[in-house]
Ligand binder design. Structure first.
Ligand code: ATP
Length: 295
């Protein structure tokens, strides 16, 4: 099932074309990153999906159906930094969030545990670190146990520790079966937590799909010997690599990320009478691929 299907959405603010015919699909269970530099249209897109803004053209579906407010209730959102009361505690603030959502308060303890704020649940919000404040905001989105979570720049303004806490929280929510859609301008964040991605630049969709497909995450193993012709014949009998190419006096084997086994390649060559003069793993570079896409 698709959680979200975006079909040819455009949005103009007067003469500014913030989104130009965007189409993609978010599969159930994905951690879906909407990645793009500032001003690329991420917030505009999330606001349209949550019915805060109207699209100029195009349409979208939620859970394979025409979007309604009832379906939107299955989505917990964190679109901008929420206004918690500074002098109230986490529990008191979440009680207000429950009242606004029109739901009971039974979830509060559970949610505070999930976002790791149980120990500080009765401290005033004003005494929280930025990371704790952001985790409380995510907690508010989790109230009512929505199947889908939409986060706009969830790590904005946080230090490395705060960023890593949010990253772990997103991973644990995903492991519990939630589908997460998050906007981010941080390549690193998307690389570390997302299973799928849509890349926006100046309102255009540059690519979308699984992270593996979009960034073609192949690791390259480079080898060479005194007899590269025989070496290539021997390498052809290795069956778990995707392709073998000769590049500048070296032979390059391409593997899906993380599965290349250098020791096994070395042994295979040696057992077949070839001593390698060169053996090197070159990890695929996510960043160079992103720059290639966005430049
Ligand atoms: P950021 O990460 O900086 O929030 P973004 O990718 O979320 O960026 P948007 O905020 O969606 O991008 O903005 C997309 C474009 O639309 C930008 O050029 C922005 O200036 C413009 N824009 C956004 N909101 C409005 C508005 N209310 N009126 C006019 N232009 C707007």
């Amino acid at each position: 099932m698709a959680i979200l299907t975006v079909q040819n959405i455009s949005k103009n603010y007067g003469a500014i074309n913030a989104l130009k015919g965007i189409t993609f699909e978010v599969p159930a269970g994905a951690v879906f990153g909407i990645l793009g530099p500032n001003g690329s249209g991420k917030t505009t897109l999330l606001s349209i999906i949550m019915n805060v803004l109207k699209a100029t053209n195009g349409s979208y579906k939620l859970f394979d159906e025409v979007a309604t407010d009832a379906l939107r209730k299955k989505i917990g959102t964190l679109l901008e930094t929420p206004n918690f009361y500074h002098y109230l505690s986490a529990v008191q603030n979440l009680k207000i969030s429950c009242a606004i959502k029109g739901i009971g308060e039974d979830d509060i303890e559970n949610v505070l545990q999930t976002v790791d704020l149980l120990k500080r649940k009765d401290s005033p919000f004003s005494t929280y670190s930025l990371g704790m404040k952001q985790r409380l905001a995510i907690g508010a989105a989790l109230l009512g146990s929505p199947e889908v979570l939409v986060f706009d720049e969830p790590t904005n303004g946080l230090d490395p520790v705060g960023i890593s806490e949010i990253r772990n929280l997103i991973k644990s929510l995903s492991a519990k079966g939630k589908t997460i859609i998050m906007a981010s301008h941080l390549l690193d964040e998307v690389e570390k937590v997302c299973t799928h991605v849509a890349i926006l630049k100046q309102g255009n969709l540059l690519a979308s799909g699984s992270v593996q497909d979009v960034f073609n995450q192949n690791d390259i193993v480079q080898v060479a010997s005194d007899n590269n012709i025989k070496l290539k014949e021997i390498l052809n009998t290795i069956n778990n690599c995707n392709s073998i190419n000769v590049v500048n006096e070296k032979i390059e084997l391409s593997y899906n990320a993380g599965i290349a086994n250098l020791a096994a390649i070395n042994k295979h060559c040696f057992d077949n009478g070839i001593v390698l003069t060169h053996l090197q793993l070159k990890k695929s570079n996510f960043e160079s691929k992103f720059l290639e896409l966005t430049n």
